[in-house]
Design a protein around this ligand. Structure first.
Ligand SMILES: Cc1cc2nc3c(=O)[nH]c(=O)nc-3n(C[C@H](O)[C@H](O)[C@H](O)COP(=O)(O)O)c2cc1C
Ligand code: SF4
Ligand code: SF4
Length: 253
């Protein structure tokens, strides 16, 4: 086992963090987590033997905030493992994009994985994942990465994806707050882009800043933060067929 690994993650609704932590548990005695979604917090520099970078897939890409926050890091040749976590539909260009960003920062990517987690918009898709079966396969992968590192192999990985990447998602909508909102401010504090403010006892959301990450929806203690119902229904319809499909995790060493 490694002694210390740093897990850098962006995880608005917790699935990416969970998948990343399972991997780290299988490779390192100690794990330090760094949340890339915390606003106004400088991204801490890595010190451990391995850096794990975990990002969710949004529209087949990584959220732009991940690349922005990683720009604060210098890899200086350190070894890194990249994980893209997606909601059982497809990860498209996200893994290639994440690997390119991490390499540009000066890290050496030794292994990558695309892992499935519950879909953060349509919860019936990929429901309950990562589950026990995922856990077992992620831990096996961690063992193989460890062997590769112990062999001293510095082979980089080749991963799927196209460049130029597919166009980024752009949806001119944001979650809304229902009349049951208690103006507690929780959504304002968890929003990674600072898109939400309380004004005259109402929650105001800046559509220009919102990346539709679902952190506010997931964090609202009153279940008063939702996607506009027509969009929620449309997404559920579009993704409905994937409820009965189980995509498997993919590993690249
Ligand atoms: C705006 C948005 C776009 C998404 N796009 C995709 C996608 O292209 N493919 C996919 O399989 N899942 C997609 N998902 C699902 C997430 O990738 C998945 O639920 C992931 O686990 C979310 O990470 P989190 O739980 O750490 O927030 C999307 C979710 C959101 C909110
Ligand atoms: S977290 Fe929920 S209850 Fe609290 S301010 Fe936001 S929408 Fe309102
Ligand atoms: S307002 Fe938009 S960016 Fe902010 S937490 Fe909610 S969904 Fe994410």
């Amino acid at each position: 086992m490694l002694n210390m690994t740093e897990l850098y993650y962006f995880s608005p609704t917790g699935g990416t963090k969970k998948a990343g932590e399972i991997f780290c548990e299988g490779i390192s005695k100690n794990v330090k987590t760094v949340d890339l979604g915390l606003r106004d917090k400088v991204v801490e520099k890595p010190n451990g033997e391995l850096v794990v970078v975990a990002a969710p897939v949004f529209g087949g890409r990584i959220p732009s905030i991940v690349a922005e926050r990683l720009n604060e890091l210098e890899g200086s040749g350190r070894k890194a493992v990249t994980l893209v976590v997606y909601g059982n539909r497809a990860y498209e260009d996200a893994m290639l994009e994440l690997n390119n960003v991490v390499k540009e920062r000066g890290f050496q990517v030794v292994a990558s994985a695309a892992l499935v987690a519950q879909h953060s918009i349509a919860s019936e898709v990929g429901k309950g994942r990562p589950d026990d079966q995922d856990r077992k396969s992620i831990l096996e992968f961690a063992g193989k990465v460890l062997e590769k590192m112990e062999r001293g192999s510095d082979g980089s990985v080749k991963v799927p994806g196209n460049y130029p990447y597919k166009n980024g998602m752009s949806m001119p909508v944001t979650p809304i707050s229902l009349p049951s909102c208690k103006q507690c401010g929780k959504c304002t504090s968890v929003c990674p882009t600072g898109a939400i403010r309380l004004e005259n006892n109402t929650v105001v959301t800046d559509a220009e800043k919102c990346i539709l990450c679902m952190a506010c929806v997931s964090a609202c203690p009153e279940q008063a933060r939702i996607l506009p119902p027509p969009l929620q229904e449309k997404m559920e319809q579009m993704l409905g067929a994937l409820k009965s499909v189980r995509r498997e995790n993919e590993y690249f060493l």
